[in-house]
Design a binder for this molecule. Sequence first.
Ligand code: ATP
Length: 237
Amino acid sequence: MNKLLEISGLEVGYGGIHAVKGIDFHIGQGELVALIGSNGAGKTTTLKALAGLIAPAGGEIIYDGSVLNAVPAHQRVSMGIALVPEGRGVFARLTVAENLLMGAYSRCDQAQINEDLARMYALFPRLVERRDQLAGTLSGGEQQMLAMARALMSRPRLLMLDEPSMGLAPLMVKKIFETIREVAAQGMSILLVEQNARLALQVSSRSYVMEGGSIALSGVSADLLGSDAVQRAYLGA
Ligand code: ATP
């Protein structure tokens, strides 16, 4: 499988705090990879470094054959990297439709933007009824849908999702994960950060487990799901 993203020796810190301590991992074209681990393990920090929101202190991020370390965040969006941040980050005072158009800000292909808008409304029918509603008044689950749809409007090749299940009712989590599967089935490469380890291992093909800023375990998700160590540490067995 061709590697779309390859990270080697990635180190990220906040002042004196060494949050990510030299990790290696990769994502193949069209692969859904999960990054799991307990609170404070460094998962969000890793995503921020990949999106260009925080500069790495060391190591290399290679995307589609190019070194990304010095590429600014907005340029990474144009290169096909989209992040759906923890807590969604929708523009509360803009409508659903306006939020979606903001997702396409790096594009100028108007006809295709309109096509993609129609695709997003087909993927998330709930957003159609609410297209003129202010995003800040949507429910948590609807905001998660909008944040995903907005990211997809940039036509990413790599979609990064930070804790999509956070704070959502079980039915909404099910719906969001069905959509993640659907998007993955269309061939998009996805990096999923998730506290709900069971769900993440069920939906992904491979996973990395982070602990204290390092990768403690990695492998085929189905194998990790069945392993005693993972069962005990992350699945409450
Ligand atoms: P969670 O699931 O709780 O969000 P995480 O695995 O995503 O955890 P990070 O948010 O990446 O973990 O945090 C990794 C470490 O970096 C933690 O010790 C955290 O306290 C620290 N950290 C994160 N953001 C900052 C910041 N802006 N300033 C200082 N330290 C930070």
